[in-house]
Design a binder for this molecule. Structure first.
Ligand code: GDP
Ligand code: GDP
Length: 437
């Protein structure tokens, strides 16, 4: 199930980032920390009552330096309307309704998106009567909150999750491979989509169950059904959004959530920059199959060592993606574009790979014999039992005597052993460690 996206909207200083931090705060402490993944606060995963979602603070996105404040707030709201499932509209209870609030409220109202109105800075019960005037914004019931004191957040989130879509937006069959292309602007994503679909053997077909037909492109290749996810998003050239990182991130997140395999597209001509690292980090964290596609290879001046050097640089910069195969292509000359889909099919298969429990346990047994698990103050980690609990990506649970004794490096060692024994190219592996009850 794809994670819904919740966007926080409101004018500056109402407390958006304070609320953002409150909502993701506890969750942040428990997310797996991936070394090397560039962290930023564009978005974060959050959870409430067992439902996880992405939270995006649209504040501070400057679309255009010349934008008047009100335009910039309106653009942020537009972005949220386009991309979010639920919008938290934040206003300041100590200030009352402003002209900007009214302008945003009108846009949100017209959008028909679910809106939850948070009246912030209601720091004590004496302030509660301040919330009533906000009914007149016409976007529903005002929820009193205090980001500073962390009050009212629970009731607010109860309301937010009520609006999550109940069903998967798309209902493609299990065996349809869903692919998305992500990457910073101008790396050649839309050119690659055209090159892929232009391949003569690719037949664009109707696949039953498509509800977002205008957004995705289904096709057949060598007897396999594929769907390119959110190709419309790539073609849609919003003048204001195009260059903003948050906009591309938000789009990419939603596309990735709905994919089995993600193509992380790099520009071979320009090399790797910081924004590529962020994009790649998101792909890894999303738990999808990943293929790194270096595009514009035609435009690179090469000798026989160029490709190896580029591979080394990718491995160095994206350490956490060591499992991802790398392809060098040109959307322009079509060079090696034909290698992409076979690789996608392979990675999709690995992403759904199941390791039989006895085989897995034998493997763990052998690995722990060769290199014994770590110990602390005379107590040694013991792995009693291992089993794969899910696919896409393969997720294993190790039942141990005391999970505090597990080290990141030992876990990495076990992962490497598993990868030596099984193909698993292109897919992350999740390993969860639990105390044997
Ligand atoms: P943003 O610009 O909307 O992201 O707002 P911030 O989260 O940066 O907050 C703006 C100011 O309001 C900061 O000085 C915060 O400390 C303050 N603030 C945020 N939440 C509360 C609150 O619940 N009560 C009070 N009294 N101040 C708050
Ligand atoms: P997107 O923003 O990632 O979708 O990138 P586009 O597909 O719009 O491509 C951006 C620019 O790069 C366009 O001018 C393309 O013609 C050019 N481009 C795309 N692929 C290639 C390629 O393989 N080689 C060269 N030389 N240029 C390319």
């Amino acid at each position: 199930m794809a994670n819904p996206v919740v966007a926080i909207v409101g004018r500056p200083n109402v407390g958006k980032s304070t609320l953002f931090n409150r909502i993701v705060g506890e969750r942040l402490a428990i997310v797996e920390d991936v070394p090397g993944v560039t962290r930023d606060r564009l978005y974060s995963k959050a959870e409430w009552l067992g439902k996880s979602f992405y939270l995006i603070d649209t504040g501070g996105i400057a679309f255009d330096d010349h934008d008047a404040l009100i335009d910039s707030i309106r653009h942020q709201a537009e972005l949220a309307i386009d991309e979010a499932d639920v919008i938290i509209f934040v206003v300041d209870g100590t200030v009352g309704i402003t002209e900007e609030d009214q302008s945003v409220a009108r846009m949100l109202f017209r959008s028909k998106k679910p809106i939850v109105l948070a009246v912030n800075k209601i720091d004590n019960t004496k302030r509660l009567h301040d919330i009533y005037e906000f009914y007149s914004l016409g976007v529903g019931e005002p929820y009193p909150v205090s980001g500073a004191h962390a009050t009212g957040i629970g009731d607010l989130l109860d309301e937010v999750i009520k609006h999550f879509p109940e069903h998967e937006e798309d209902a493609y069959d299990e065996d349809v491979i869903r692919v998305s292309l992500i990457g910073r602007p101008n790396v050649g994503k839309s050119s690659l989509v055209n090159a892929l679909l232009g391949e003569e053997r690719v037949i664009v077909s109707d696949i039953a169950g498509t509800t977002r037909d205008a957004i995705d492109t289904p096709f057949m290749f060598e007897g396999q059904e594929y769907v390119l996810i959110d190709t419309a998003g790539m073609r849609k050239r919003g003048k204001v959004y195009e260059s903003t990182e948050k906009y591309s991130v938000m789009r990419a997140l939603r596309a990735m959530e709905r994919s089995d395999v993600v193509l992380v597209v790099l520009n071979g001509e320009e090399g790797i920059i910081e924004q590529d690292k962020k994009v790649a980090g998101y792909a890894h964290e999303a738990g999808r199959g990943v293929i790194i596609v270096v595009n514009k290879w035609d435009a690179v001046e090469k000798d026989e060592r160029t490709m190896n050097r580029f591979v080394a640089e990718i491995r160095q910069e994206f350490k956490y993606l060591s499992y991802a195969p790398i392809l060098f292509v040109s959307a322009k000359t079509k060079q090696r574009v034909h290698t992409i889909l076979p690789k996608v099919a392979q990675v999709a298969e690995q992403h759904a790979f199941r390791i039989a429990t006895p085989v897995l346990n034998d493997l763990i047994q052998e690995a722990t014999t060769v290199t014994p698990p770590p110990s602390d103050k005379g107590r040694r980690l013991r792995i009693n039992y291992a089993t794969q609990v899910s696919v896409k990506p393969p997720t294993l649970v190790l039942f141990v005597n005391d999970k505090e004794l597990m080290h990141f490096s030992y876990q990495r060692y076990l992962e490497n052993k598993i990868r030596e024994a099984f193909p698993l190219e292109g897919t992350p592996i999740r390993i969860l460690v639990r105390n044997k009850s």
